[in-house]
Design a protein. Sequence first.
Length: 256
Amino acid sequence: MIRTYVDFTTSPRGVEMSDQTNLARQLAGTNKIWHLKQTALLDGLSAEELERISSLSHDEVFPPSAVIFEQSDPANLLYFLNRGTVRLAIKNADGREKTVAILGGGDLFGLESVGSGQTYQVQAVAHEESWVSVLSRSDYLHLSRECPTLSLNLIQILIQRLSEAHDDIKALCFMDIQQRLVTTLLKLSETHGRQLANDKNLVKLKVRISHDYLARLIGSNRPYLSNIMSQFKKQGWVRYDRNRLLINTAALQQLI
């Protein structure tokens, strides 16, 4: 069970106990270990090993738009996203931003912390209210020496992230904006979507995503992105329902 929801002594950006939001209050009675088991890093670990990681990690709740860590901050903490949505982004010197990923429950971030003397290469921001479990670098390294499965799982995660980075590079080099948008919408449908019971071709995103952030994901600008989305809407490929994007995945797959 969760003993501490917010530890603002170690991370001042988290929500303090006196300012808990709905999610923080809902965590009473939540099975933390069940959530940790959804993370690929902990796949195959025993109940005792999971219990130890649970006891070594502390928990924080971040409100929407709260910065979890900044790009170039010292990387000394590993984050398990139990519930909510976190946005990873890269910024350049003039303030322009490229969204790298939008993470959901069961995802892991802050992987730079497993290296020595590293800094975070991205900024992590709570896209929606998010509950994370935080493990220190020293605790992870100690655990990985005792549990080789952690190291093997980490290798698989890094290979997957490298593959995704290669796909992103290929998309930027060889696809036009519309093609990148189609590919991104289909990926969001897979990772953050829920198929509608009354229409198997429609997927509703569980995460709110504005045209601005969608443009940052595909490396475009908002006005141009909005123009393409308007065309997609006219074709019946996308529409909105209570600020949630509905995507006709069958139609978009025909465009690839």
